[in-house]
Structures are given as structure tokens and as C-alpha cells.
Write a protein that binds this ligand. Structure first.
Ligand code: NAP
Length: 487
């Protein structure tokens, strides 16, 4: 049986960062288990046309690994994946990644204080620390509709794009109109014969004002690190200074975003009825704000129709919707997002006294700063419960979590201890306070979103990235129970 000091699950942004920081603290005894045959996580999986990041790349990249080669302010999927690949290669991580290895189950052995990991390939691996870096958005959610199997055309999810299906000249339906859909709709609208978008709720769309970086921009970025840092700081400040206050209900910040959205709507959509359909009915920031320069212009095209009547059922040749209306399609594309709950599913994780994560999170996932949960010693989570953001780059949160986990590992080593487990009462009071704060934010002003599980906000952090970093850095080590090394 293979043994390591640390097992990291997932080779996306989280797992790569964890590997780099373990190496930098002198730990080479780790493995990153990755179910796919390549690294990159969401940026390897999502290859739909127009896939790009909606956070500027200078911020959606590691603070310690500047890239002066970004071609656009908001980079495309390929360039982001290349950045991940180059970074992993630079820090010699590839030898530590075991590809094609999916974790099926993981059990804490309380006698030896170690995690026993079982893979779908039948392998067993043990480690003192288990770090889950599996992300929140990787299990495509495809809603069920009556008659779905009868449809004779092609149907696929945006995260499983069928590139061999030629959309040129086809009648296409898209279900959903959020972050993924607003990126691929403008790309495919140009080629298809006709496109119908089935919209359930209108979203807040703000212009990106994207443009390619010039050679001069890239030169400055390479040779003047202080300017680059200042630029990154400015991007960060926009999220903290405008979007976060809007989520908190600040009237000025909301007015800025409202005005921006309304102006863009007015500029691109001349039909008042269409404009009305595209006007969101929920507070800005309650769901992810969408950034796009070309979504509204795509909707103004002659061959694009926005349908707001609900889908009733699929038929052999298309979709029946509203009151007995029917449209025929060759292809149906789901831009319907991801199953974000339960966290860490479908892995079966068992902690102390046979308790499973599934049982512990029956009423919605919870954790202490998203990184630890009581009864699961040395299970460290990256991008865990309540650490998603609606206003800034998740890489900031991941870096703070990785720094915290390395401190935990160091602390145990320095004191010759085997494991640490957050005290249940500490986690409970942390979550009580967190939920109270979340209740006052825009996230709570909609009935449903991927930020929630059964009405409880399980995915999002309630404050600024600065607050999160500061509090995690100053964590009280008395908040943990410690387990000695077994004799
Ligand atoms: P999403 O935000 O969950 O949106 C799903 C869309 O499908 C919504 O418009 C939703 O309508 C609709 N929908 C779901 N079920 C439906 C049903 N049964 N009938 C009709 N419509 C239905 O998914 P996403 O667009 O894939 O984005 C998910 C997250 O991925 C984003 O919030 C973002 O964090 C991330 N993402 C990031 C980037 C990036 O640039 N970094 C790009 C893409 C995605 P309702 O709004 O009415 O529920």
C-alpha cells in the first residue's frame, strides 16, 4: 500500500497551489490524485465556445506566479489551462500527480491517525493529511423534462460540449442564461440558422469592456512589477469596493451597477418588450453578476429569440412550452449549471466513530472557514463550504486556505502531534454567526440559486476577501482538539 504524508485530491487551481506550497515548505512526500488524464480542473473540462474567465486574469492567477503573457484582460479557457500547465511544470509537480485516479472513498483510521483512501481503480493509499481540492462546480446539472429521451436531435450540457456536432445552419435551443450561457450564446448565434434561449429568470449583465493587451502592456507587465501589483490591487479593489457593497445592499453601489446594466440594455436592445424581459427581478448580486460585452448584442440579432414561457416537455422534434406552443430544434444545449451540493460528492468520506460527511451535512454543508469540519481530523478542504465569492477572485481564497493548511501541517510536525480536529462547538458558533450575516445579504433575497442548499446558503462567504484572509491567518489554535502520535 502506498503511503504519503499528504494526499491532495484534484489537480485544478486548488490542488496545484497546494502542491507548490507543500514543495516550498520542504514536503515532497505528497501525491495529487486526479480523476482525469490531465490537470486544470474546470479549465480542462469547460471547452464550450467562448469559454473564458469572468474575473480579470491578472487577479484570477496566483499572486506568486505572475504571467506577463495574458493576451486579454479576461483570458480564454485555453490560455488559463496553459497557465496552469506551465505553472505545474515550473514547480515540478507533474511527477507528483497521479492521473486517471478517482477517489471513491476515504476513511479516517483513528488508531493510526491516518486517512485510508480507496480509488475507483481499486487502489488503497494512506496519508496523515487529506486535502480535498475538488472545486464546487464540476458535476453538470441537467434538469429533467418530460419526453427528454424522445428528442431525436443532439442534446448536451455546456460543460460536456460536443464539438463534433456542427451547429452551422441548425435550429438550436439553449436552456439557461447565466455565466456559461452568456459566453457561448454570442459565439454560436453567428453560425446557427436560428437560436431560441429559454430564460427562466433575467440576470444582471454588466459590460466587460474587454480589449486585448498591447505588446507595450505586456512589456510593462514584465518589467515593472510594482505597476503590475498596483494594477492587480485596482482590480481587487473594484470587487471589494463596488460589487461587495452592492451585495450588502449599499445604495450607491447598487445604483452604479443598475445604471451600468440599464445603459447597456438601452444601447443594445431597441425593442422595449425584449428589454423588459431582460430586466432582472431580483436584487443585484443575489446571483452571480454576469460580465459580457456581446450577450445583449447577440440577443438583438434577427435569428435569436428569447423565450420566457416555461418548458412543458420535449418532443421528438423539439420543445413544447407555454400554452401549447411548439418549436422544432436540431440541437438542445443545457447551460443549466452544476450540482454544487452535496460538497465533495460522490466521494464517501468517513471520519471519527464511523460518522460520514454525508450524515454530518444532512442539513446542508458547513465547515470552519470552509477548511475543516468537526469529527474529520486532518481533512483539509480547499474552496470548501461557504468560501465561494460573488465579488472577487476565488484564487485569493484558495491561497489563504493553502497557507492555513501548511501552517496546520507545520504545527503538528513541530509539536510531534498526529492530527487536529476542529472543536464542534467552535464550528457551530462560527456557522451561526456566518449564517446570520449571510441572511442580511443579497444572496438570501432569492428563493433558489447554486449558492444554496434547501434555503441555506452553503456556498458563499459573507464578507470581504481581506477579512477572510486576516481571520484565517490569526486563527486561535485552541479551537482544535489534538491527537497524539500512536505508539
Ligand atoms: P448557473 O449559474 O447555475 O445557471 C444555470 C442557468 O440555467 C440559469 O439561467 C438557470 O435559471 C437555468 N436553469 C437551471 N435549471 C433550469 C430549468 N430546469 N429550466 C430552465 N432553466 C433552468 O450555471 P452556469 O451558467 O454554468 O454558471 C455556474 C457558475 O460557474 C457561475 O456562477 C460561475 O461561478 C461559474 N462560471 C464561471 C465562469 C467564469 O468566467 N469564471 C464562466 C462560467 C461559469 P435560473 O436563474 O432561473 O435558476
Amino acid at each position: 500500500m502506498k503511503q504519503y504524508k499528504v494526499i491532495v485530491i484534484g489537480a485544478g487551481f486548488s490542488g496545484i497551489c497546494m502542491g507548490i506550497k507543500l514543495r516550498q515548505m520542504g514536503i515532497d512526500d505528497f501525491v495529487i490524485l486526479e480523476k482525469a488524464q490531465g490537470l486544470g480542473g474546470t479549465w480542462r473540462e469547460n471547452t464550450y465556445p467562448g469559454a473564458e474567465c469572468d474575473i480579470p486574469s491578472a487577479l484570477y492567477s496566483y499572486s506568486f506566479e505572475h504571467n506577463d503573457k495574458w493576451e486579454y484582460k479576461w483570458s480564454g479557457q485555453r490560455q488559463i489551462l496553459k497557465y496552469q500547465q506551465d505553472t505545474a511544470a515550473k514547480y515540478r509537480l507533474n511527477d507528483n500527480i497521479q492521473f486517471g485516479t478517482e477517489v471513491k472513498a476515504s476513511t479516517f483510521d483513528a488508531q493510526d491517525n491516518r486517512w485510508l483512501v480507496e480509488t475507483s481503480q481499486g487502489e488503497q493509499i494512506v496519508a496523515q493529511h487529506l486535502v480535498a481540492g475538488v472545486g464546487q462546480l464540476h458535476h453538470p446539472a441537467t434538469p429533467k423534462f418530460a419526453g427528454q429521451d424522445q428528442f431525436r436531435g443532439h442534446q448536451f450540457h455546456s460543460a460536456q460540449w460536443q464539438h463534433d456536432v456542427d451547429l452551422r445552419g441548425k435550429r438550436v435551443a439553449v436552456i439557461g442564461n447565466a455565466a456559461s450561457a452568456v459566453q457561448f450564446i454570442p459565439e454560436i448565434a453567428r453560425d446557427v440558422a436560428h437560436l431560441t434561449i429559454f430564460q427562466r429568470s433575467a440576470n444582471w449583465v454588466i459590460p466587460k469592456v474587454d480589449k486585448p493587451y498591447t505588446r507595450f502592456d505586456q512589456w510593462v507587465s514584465k518589467h515593472f512589477p510594482p505597476i503590475t501589483k498596483l494594477y492587480r490591487f485596482g482590480l481587487w479593489l473594484r470587487g471589494e469596493g463596488v460589487v461587495l457593497p452592492a451585495i450588502r445592499g449599499n445604495r450607491l453601489a447598487r445604483w452604479i451597477l443598475h445604471t451600468w446594466n440599464r445603459r447597456s440594455l438601452k444601447e443594445h436592445i431597441s425593442d422595449p418588450e425584449l428589454r423588459e424581459k431582460l430586466t432582472p427581478a431580483y436584487p443585484v448580486g443575489a446571483k452571480r453578476i454576469l460580465f459580457s460585452d456581446n450577450y445583449y448584442p447577440a440577443l438583438a440579432r434577427e435569428n435569436v429569440h428569447l423565450e420566457t414561457e416555461p418548458i412543458e416537455r420535449f418532443t421528438e422534434h423539439g420543445i413544447r412550452y407555454g400554452k401549447d406552443q411548439q418549436a422544432n430544434f436540431d440541437v438542445i444545449i443545457y447551460g443549466t449549471g452544476f450540482k454544487t451540493n452535496p460538497f465533495l460528492a460522490p466521494m464517501h468520506i468517513t471520519g471519527l466513530d464511523g460518522q460520514t460527511l454525508h450524515e454530518s451535512w444532512r442539513e446542508g454543508a458547513h465547515a470552519y472557514f470552509g477548511v475543516a469540519t468537526a469529527g474529520f481530523p486532518n481533512l483539509h478542504m480547499l474552496y470548501g463550504p461557504n468560501t465561494n465569492l460573488g465579488h472577487n477572485s476565488i484564487i485569493i481564497m484558495i491561497e489563504a486556505q493553502v497557507a492555513h493548511i501548511t501552517r496546520c501541517i507545520q504545527r503538528l510536525d513541530d509539536r510531534s502531534l498526529a492530527a487536529m480536529d476542529i472543536k464542534p462547538e467552535v464550528e457551530a458558533s462560527f456557522n451561526q454567526a456566518l449564517q446570520q450575516r449571510l441572511g442580511a445579504l443579497a444572496f438570501s433575497k432569492v428563493e433558489n440559486s447554486w449558492y444554496m442548499d434547501g434555503g441555506k446558503i452553503t456556498n458563499n462567504w459573507a464578507g470581504s476577501t481581506q477579512e477572510y484572509r486576516r481571520r484565517l491567518r490569526k486563527i486561535d489554535w485552541q479551537h482544535y482538539n489534538y491527537r497524539p502520535i500512536a505508539n
